[in-house]
Design a protein around this ligand. Structure first.
Ligand SMILES: Cc1cc2nc3c(=O)[nH]c(=O)nc-3n(C[C@H](O)[C@H](O)[C@H](O)COP(=O)(O)OP(=O)(O)OC[C@H]3O[C@@H](n4cnc5c(N)ncnc54)[C@H](O)[C@@H]3O)c2cc1C
Length: 424
């Protein structure tokens, strides 16, 4: 006979967003299932792999409340300064720039932290089995049937999971979104995002550099260290996120490490001294994605299944964590009030909280990308002057800094650091 498992929520996809949601709900005391088609242990890459996330302060509070932050192996690198510059490859970055110093605009608190993708995966994999209310299946495939009365998830070769709500957290190609007939609007940037890390000679002092180059933005983000790639000459490490027009990016990706490193150095300028690429190079075609709805019958979409944005501001995962906080709060409040968390009324509350936030971020990153990715001289001058002007407007500067940290005036709940409501 098929084993039956009754849970409040079944999350499909155990990427960073799905795994964080499942852990948060289970930590609040709600029976939860999570399933991924990929096995979890190999997601723990065996070594430093060069990919890292900029985690905003609000996301850190969510990860802390879910017990994930404490499980990170090693201390993440705090970001104390953010420097914004308009530049061209091989040229010195314009002196008309925007400098955010945490001591000045964030009461000395870091703007965020750089967390290696591998470290976050290790913490998530450690948190998943640590929850008595959480059932994780991976690798696993399942058939999902949604009905007005509830959801059934038949795990192949495993139990029948009965849930009040199923969550699509399977990333950009979300099969649950497609099965629900939720259309998407997509925008191809004609760029490839190249991602990786490099060791360098001089310390980064916790500073992140965002440079707007004619073909796309280039970011240098401070890392805690180069691991075993470190040498006496180059004991420091940073990550790069380099967006470049597709045809050019393909040419750069085909270069050997020395020549690729020279191209990185041309864009960086000399402030970090000599540099050397370390770990693997990763590349992603860049596009924006917007789901027409975040909900359907007993279904909620979170993370990249609901929206995908340009990495220009390093906010994609942070936006997914905002969905997690919104959905977790709505579901926990509903259950504590004796409501069924899968009803259209409750799901409507989630959509009302998450969608305007995501729309704002999608719009802002899209506008930034369009404004800065062109090389027309008057536009270049205007934006340099604009950047420099903002640098002298403390109120506006603080507003930008708060956006980078994810903080909004009066921010409450999980993102505001109020911790998790625990039921039962
Ligand atoms: C170049 C680049 C740089 C970036 N840098 C940053 C940054 O600095 N900061 C930041 O906040 N964000 C960044 N992002 C965005 C970030 O990587 C994504 O927003 C994030 O990975 C989305 O997480 P997710 O869990 O929603 O989806 P995913 O990471 O795509 O995870 C989806 C999961 O679902 C599983 N799955 C898929 N299909 C199925 C199925 N049918 N059944 C079961 N499981 C399934 C997959 O195996 C996977 O585990 C960057 C993105 C790019 C492209």
């Amino acid at each position: 006979m098929t084993e039956t498992l009754d849970v409040t929520t079944c999350v499909i996809g155990a990427g960073p967003v799905g795994a964080t949601l499942a852990t948060t709900l289970a930590a609040a005391g709600l029976p939860t299932a999570v399933l991924d088609r990929a096995p979890l242990p190999p997601m723990e890459l065996p070594d430093f792999d060069g990919r890292a996330y900029a985690i905003a302060r609000t996301s850190q509070r969510l990860l802390d409340a879910a017990g994930i932050w404490a499980r990170l192996p090693g201390a993440p690198q705090p970001i104390h300064r953010i420097l914004v510059r308009d530049s061209r490859p091989g040229a010195r970055p314009s002196r008309l720039g925007l400098d955010f110093d945490a001591a000045e605009v964030a009461e000395g608190q870091p703007f965020g932290w750089m967390v290696e993708a591998r470290a976050l995966r290790l913490a998530l994999n450690a948190a998943l089995p640590g929850q008595p209310k959480l059932h994780a299946f991976a690798p696993a495939t399942a058939r999902v049937t949604r009905r007005p009365a509830g959801v059934e998830v038949q795990v192949e070769g495993g139990p029948l999971i009965r849930a009040r709500l199923v969550v699509g957290a399977e990333g950009r190609q979300s099969p649950l979104r497609a099965a629900a007939g939720i259309g998407v609007t997509q925008w191809d940037y004609g760029q490839i995002g190249m991602v990786g890390a490099f060791a360098h000679e001089r310390p980064h002092q916790g500073a992140a550099l965002e440079m707007f180059l004619p073909n796309g933005p280039f970011a240098q983000l401070p890392l805690a260290g180069p691991g075993h790639f470190g040498t006496a000459e180059m004991p420091h490490a940073s990550a790069y996120v380099w967006s470049e027009r597709t045809a050019l990016a393909r040419r750069f990706l085909a270069l050997d490490d020395d020549r690729f490193g020279a191209e990185l150095a041309r864009r960086l300028g000399g402030h970090l001294g000599r540099i050397r690429p370390i770990g693997r190079r990763w590349s992603y075609p860049l596009s924006a994605l917007w789901a027409q709805r975040f909900t359907d019958l007993r279904l909620a979409l979170v993370g990249d299944a609901a929206h995908g944005i340009h990495p220009i501001a390093g906010q994609g995962l942070n936006l997914g964590f905002r969905d997690v906080a919104a959905l977790a709060e709505v579901v926990i409040e509903a259950v504590s009030a004796g409501e069924d968390p899968g009803t259209p009324t409750v799901l409507g509350r989630y959509q009302a909280r998450a969608r305007p936030d995501a729309m704002l971020m999608l719009g802002a990153t899209h506008a930034l990308e369009r404004l800065f990715s062109n090389n027309i001289a008057p536009v270049r001058l205007a934006r340099r002057l604009g950047i420099a002007a903002v640098n002298h407007m403390p109120g506006l500067k603080r507003a930008f800094a708060e956006r980078a940290m994810g903080v909004k005036p009066g921010q409450a709940g999980l993102l505001g650091g109020q911790g998790l409501m625990r039921l039962g």
